[in-house]
Design a binder for this molecule. Structure first.
Ligand code: ZN
Ligand code: ZN
Length: 342
């Protein structure tokens, strides 16, 4: 089969490789659409971004099951493969598994014509959902998980830092949950425009000054109940904390790979204003947890959550090496990139 194979940092090649052989409990999925996650850019172009080489990256994809008594079934794929034995797994908190594997990171993923996938990781997709939308469920589910970690209530004021695909989904979730004001902080104009089209109350360009100060101005001096960080920048993280009202919650989802920049005033604010800072990683998908994946897919299928407008670029998979070269350059205007595989 054809696949985009990562041979080293920045060395992605579109080439022929043997078809994967499904192990026990696994099926073969013929990939139709695979989308690019922000984490793929660092994984593919960053130094030591992958656990091992060669690796077929890609963990946000959809396609059809081959054989296994369900030939042709349309599915999207949950990339995290939990051990199902550790304590978090026993509680159904698969995203916190101690010994997980991961398609497209720890083992071969979806930038290929075929992928071997544990049957338990398949999520059937209704006919009303296009394959490219089905390749955005991870972003929608991660955004929902993050909103849940912030306990957003009806009437809340919410700030979203970073209007990439996950931030734009979080903007919509906040509105669906009844937030009265959703302020999106984003330096790229095209992304700010899209945030407004998807219902944001206001947008802020953080290159024009302190985002936290501007958020305070927009909220009658109060600040927001919840600030969600998707940009993965230390500046965004500290501005999130500075933008909160008393007893507010900041949730970090974007990966910064750097330290947290906290001034003495920030530290003071955390304790005097009784702020909460939380992390959010991946999404829930067990039957015993609130299943972010199923809910996200259901909202997409019913047209309540729109991920199609986030898809700004479509390329054949053969162009993956040059597309990642472009994605590694700052200032590009691509939001969600989808590879058409078959
Ligand atoms: Zn992802
Ligand atoms: Zn586990």
């Amino acid at each position: 089969m054809k696949a985009a194979v990562l041979h080293g940092p920045g060395d992605l090649r579109y080439e022929d490789v043997p078809d994967p052989a499904p192990g026990p409990g696994e099926v073969l999925v013929r990939v139709r659409r695979a989308s690019v996650c922000g984490s793929d850019i660092y994984r593919i172009t960053g130094p030591g971004g992958a656990y091992h080489y060669p690796l077929i990256p890609g963990h946000e994809f959809s396609g059809e099951v081959v054989g296994a008594g369900r030939d042709g079934q349309r599915v999207t794929v949950i990339p995290l493969i939990p051990c199902r034995q550790c304590e978090p797994c026993e509680r159904g908190q698969y995203n916190l598994c101690d010994r997980y594997s991961y398609l497209g990171s720890r083992r071969d993923g979806g930038f290929a014509e075929y992928v071997a996938v544990p049957e338990a990781n398949l999520l059937p997709v209704p006919d009303s959902v296009e394959f490219e939308e089905a390749a955005t469920v991870e972003a929608a589910g991660g955004a929902l998980h993050t909103i849940r970690r912030a306990s957003v209530q009806p009437g809340a004021r919410v700030a979203i830092f970073g209007a990439g695909p996950i931030g734009l989904c979080a903007t919509q979730w906040a509105l669906l949950l009844g937030a009265k004001q959703v302020i999106v902080v984003e330096p790229v104009e095209r992304k700010r425009q899209l945030a407004m089209e998807l219902g944001a109350s206001a947008t802020i360009d953080p290159t024009e000054g302190s985002a936290a100060d501007m958020i305070r101005e927009l909220t009658d001096g109060e600040g927001v109940d919840a600030a969600l960080e998707f940009s993965g920048s230390p500046g965004g993280q500290s501005e999130c904390i500075a933008a909160l009202k008393k007893r507010g919650v900041a949730v970090f989802y974007g990966i910064s790979h750097r330290g947290l920049e906290l001034s003495p005033a920030h530290v003071d604010r955390i304790l005097r204003h009784e702020l909460t800072v939380r992390g959010s990683w991946n999404a829930d998908f067990s039957a015993t947890a609130s299943n972010d994946w199923r809910i996200a897919l259901d909202f997409i299928a019913r047209g309540r959550l729109r991920t199609r407008p986030l898809i700004t670029h479509r390329f054949p998979l053969s162009e993956a090496p040059s597309v990642f070269h472009q994605l590694a350059q700052p200032g590009h205007e691509m939001i969600k990139v989808v590879f058409e595989v078959a």
